[in-house]
Ligand binder design. Structure first.
Ligand code: LRH
Length: 441
């Protein structure tokens, strides 16, 4: 048996989880949890030094481990000067600086190179927005957030492949930085490293590259058997899609805004970002954080109301309950239960749309939908998703991201052998999964 630390920086909190892994078992324990709140000055920023301090405190609390793996959400980065010092606090992707950014390349040409859905906050747009700043003029190197933290721990720099694949700067075919997309940046982009590679040492522990894009680790953590499954990594976002062997780059795929992100072991995460639980999280914050179980029970007794929850107007924070009520044609004082029902119903319908389109565009048929992440706890959402899709939903594990992070480390350490299917079979043997069958229509 070996012991690993998974560091996961999520939308509102960061955690250090310790996993004890042997060939047939995995035991997970959260040893440190800390806030990950963005800080607003003129822009919305990461509190990166505070997070680094918490990360080190968490590793201290974790005690001796064989290795450490770090993941976080995609696309965000820090800029370093020629001496390797960080230039300012990284900007959070929900900042408005990318609102009106345009690139010199057409959407069609861009998709042909990078295969990514158009999300206004992809690194390529963030860089276009940042390029005129004085900071950028002295920037020499870009590191994505997990790579930046690993650099501080080990002194080694690199770009982990799954997260690099979300920047918009990677060539989806060669899996390397695209020369046409990066040559004008005036920045050096670090060499790509694959999940499982050793980055360096922190004390006696190795620091190992994992699927450092949280969604890539979550997809490793999907306890699926075979390949005919769709997954929803459901938390602040719902990342809805399929695991494929090669990208889908058709015009239809681009128009439907499907992405071909890089997965662990050379897989392609063919998916679309669906708004996820973000609007509900924002409403809950406005409502003073009521008990979610009670809210969902009351919501389940309300009549369904469906809106286009994927409308980009729901992306920025603030005033969410009012925005949802207005979109649904409900009175401004609509009850939290009714608004919750509306968000959850709308999300279930958006899940169905993405799963149907993913199948059509890729030719892959699915016969079950796995929901992993925090959303797997939301019984109403799981049932409504099963009903909307007309497919069984298999919910869990909630901790798919941390588990995917740990499994890649465990394989690198030789505790578990084999491909993704072998890693997933450990999950099927050890993790609880709840099945929701679709209501008969
Ligand atoms: C989910 C996630 C998603 C990205 C977004 C920025 O946490 O990484 O995959 O699109 O955050």
């Amino acid at each position: 048996m070996k012991t690993f630390a998974a560091v996961d920086l999520g939308a509102s909190s960061g955690r250090v989880m310790v996993g004890r892994v042997h060939e047939k078992g995995i035991k997970l324990e959260e040893t440190h949890r800390f806030a990950n709140e963005p800080v607003r000055t003129q822009s919305l920023h990461w509190d990166i030094l505070g997070l680094y301090r918490e990360l080190r405190e968490g590793l201290e609390k974790a005690g001796p481990v064989d290795s450490i793996g770090i993941d976080s959400w995609a696309v965000d980065y820090g800029l370093l000067d020629a001496s390797g010092a960080l230039l300012g606090n990284p900007v959070h992707y929900r900042d408005s600086r990318t609102d009106n950014v345009r690139l010199d390349i057409s959407d069609e040409q861009l998709y042909e190179i990078n295969g990514l859905q158009k999300l206004p906050f992809n690194t390529i747009y963030q860089l276009a927005a940042a390029q005129a700043s004085p900071q950028f003029a002295i920037a020499r190197q870009l590191l994505l957030i997990p790579d930046l933290l690993a650099y501080w721990l080990t002194g080694e720099n690199g770009a982990e492949y799954t997260n690099a694949s979300t920047t918009g700067l990677l060539d989806v075919r060669t899996r390397e930085w695209s020369a046409p997309l990066t040559s004008g940046l005036g920045l050096s982009l670090p060499p790509i490293r694959q999940p499982g590679e050793t980055i360096g040492e922190y004390g006696k522990a190795k620091v190992v590259a994992v699927g450092s894009h949280d969604t890539a680790s979550a997809v490793v953590g999907v306890p699926a058997a075979g390949e005919n499954f769709a997954y929803i990594s459901c938390g602040t976002w719902s990342l809805v899609g399929l695991e494929l062997g090669s990208p889908v780059l058709s015009a239809e795929s681009r128009k439907a805004n499907f992405t071909n992100e890089g997965g662990v072991d050379g897989t392609i995460r063919y998916l679309r970002n669906v708004m996820g639980l973000w609007p509900l999280q924002e409403c809950m914050r406005e409502w003073g954080s009521p008990d979610i179980g009670d809210l969902l029970r009351r919501a389940s007794r309300e009549k369904p109301v469906v809106i286009d929850i994927d409308d980009p107007s729901f992306m920025p924070p603030g005033n969410m309950a009012h925005r949802v009520a207005r979109a649904a044609g409900l009175p401004a004082d609509a009850s939290p239960a009714l608004l919750t029902r509306c968000i959850v119903d709308s999300l279930a319908v958006a899940h169905r749309k993405a799963i149907e389109q993913a199948q059509e565009l890729s030719g892959r048929h699915v016969d079950a939908v796995h929901i992993v992440g925090g959303g797997a706890r939301n019984e109403l959402l799981c049932q409504l998703t099963a009903d909307a899709c007309g497919l069984p939903v298999l919910a869990g594990p909630v901790e798919a991201t941390a588990l995917g992070n740990l499994l890649v480390q465990a394989r690198a350490a030789g505790v578990i052998e084999g491909d993704l299917a072998a890693l997933r079979s450990v999950l099927r043997d050890t993790q609880q999964v709840v099945r929701y069958d679709p209501a008969r229509r």
